[in-house]
Design a protein around this ligand. Sequence first.
Ligand SMILES: [Zn+2]
Length: 323
Amino acid sequence: MIPRDPSRRRFTTLTGLAALGGLVGVSSRASAAQTSAPPQPTRALRMAHFTDLHITPDRSSEPGMRHAFKSANDEGVQFILTGGDLVMDSFATPREEVNREWELFHKIFAQHCAVPVEHCLGNHDVFGWCKSKSKQTGTENDYGYARALRELKLDGRWRSFDRAGWHFIVLSSVEPDPADECGYLAFLNEAQRAWLEADLAATTLPTVVVSHVPIVTITPSMRGESQRAARKTEIPGGLVHLDASEVHGIFRRSGRVRLVLSGHTHLIDRCVADGVTYACSGAVCGGWWKPTETYCDPCFALIDLMQDGSFNYTIKPTGWKNS
Ligand SMILES: [Zn+2]
């Protein structure tokens, strides 16, 4: 079919090219002049969300991570925000193995990460809480969150910062389960929730939030087997935030939060609630560096943050296949 309005066809083509990256400024001005369409927003920052890396010397994380960094680099990524589960596991793993995981983590980032990076912590980055399997007593000076904070030179579990005209909030919602030392629950403790409210009240910038455990997600609907067996749909308290309604309420009232990034489920989804977009960005390791039919293939989120507070979010394969 021949388009009735050739200028419209040109606009569509240019917009498509712009969406492929790098051409936003030039093509949008050209198309606006030819069609009087509103100008396209200018990109402030191209970033990647790398979640669930699960680095371990025992599987293919080294070549897998190399592919992830190359793919991000080829896309022109300027900044990486991780989503936690940086190492395979330190929650229920003895110290010697945890040492090897962090050693490889530092080596990989030193060799392949060429852009600034900010880290978020996941359940697998908490050291030793499952004492029976980790063989820790709880009195070690790097027990719990202390180990990952020391490895990453972080002052605290949660924080915020500004970059390229956007505000970033890094949350840390993995808390001990009083009923199970080898379990955990996901929610913001009182201090963190008060901090979040105050932090959001103090910014006027469009905001990206990252939480390892999803706050709002539809991914539990994709884990059907156990639900079928139980003949009901249940979401465990370690899989999704238990305080989703309160945290979503804080986001909604602030009016600043545009995008909330998560991992944890090794699945990909995106949903919009009251104008806040929640996205699970799969996993850089896919199914823990093994082939899987249930979980995602190795991937990351490529995100363009625009000067006008809008964003584009795309899932990119890292190019590594687990075998
Ligand atoms: Zn994970």
